[in-house]
Design a binder for this molecule. Structure first.
Ligand code: SF4
Length: 216
């Protein structure tokens, strides 16, 4: 499998942005909820929905998993696609509840946990990997649209590369380290938001010297 020079790329990002301390969330449950709610929406909208859940004193596995759908929909309305997301969230939390606690649900290896998550309705690879990395705290790479775009441009990786292929390429290019993987994902998001936009700002980008697209 192709190796990517990710160590030096991470150093470049880190020099520019510092340590980013992502993902925000007071508990594992809150991170799981955020990972589902952030599908197809901005984090700002997720924060509002999480705020509503907390204000209703419902950021609790039992309460959320047992809540009726209309009540859950109302609490997460600001996150968009709230009917779909309420169903997904309820399904996921009900499955977690069957294990007795979120810690017990996570108490397995990353591969088994990923398989468990991917079997659930509406939980795709990116959501599953975000949960595994930030809530279960196991080192796996998350491939979001920013990561795909940035690696595509820097290393000339085609747009059609499969999710698992790119994830494997990243994991095969860097030692497994939880804090590093957590921060690296946040760094990709930051670079994508600030510089590597749809229309990239290459002349200002800290990664331009390492980038095929930006230095070409
Ligand atoms: S140099 Fe341009 S294309 Fe390359 S990572 Fe930076 S913004 Fe993106």
């Amino acid at each position: 499998m192709r190796k990517l020079a990710l160590r030096s790329l991470y150093s470049t990002f880190r020099k520019e942005f510092g340590f980013l301390d992502w993902w925000p969330g007071d508990t594992k449950l809150e991170i799981v909820v955020g990972a589902v709610l952030t599908q197809q929406t901005s984090w700002k909208n997720v924060e509002k929905a999480i705020g509503s859940i907390k204000a209703a004193n419902a950021m609790n596995l039992e309460k959320l998993a047992g809540m009726n759908l209309p009540a859950l929909e109302l609490l997460i309305r600001s996150s968009g696609f709230y009917r779909q997301k309420a169903m997904r969230l309820k399904g996921l939390l009900a499955a977690i509840s069957e294990y007795g606690s979120i810690e017990k649900f996570f108490d397995t290896d990353a591969k088994t946990l990923r398989k468990r998550l991917l079997e659930m309705n509406g939980i795709g690879r990116e959501t599953a990997d975000s949960i595994i990395l930030y809530a279960a705290e196991k080192p796996v790479f998350v491939v979001d649209a920013y990561t795909r775009r940035i690696l595509g441009r820097i290393y000339g990786i085609g747009e059609n590369v499969r999710y698992d292929e790119l994830k494997g390429m990243m994991e095969g290019s860097m030692e497994r380290n939880l804090e590093l993987y957590k921060d690296f994902h946040a760094q990709f998001v930051e670079l994508g938001k600030r510089y590597c936009k749809t229309k990239p700002l290459c002349s200002e980008c800290p990664a331009r010297n390492a980038c095929r697209y930006g230095s070409g």
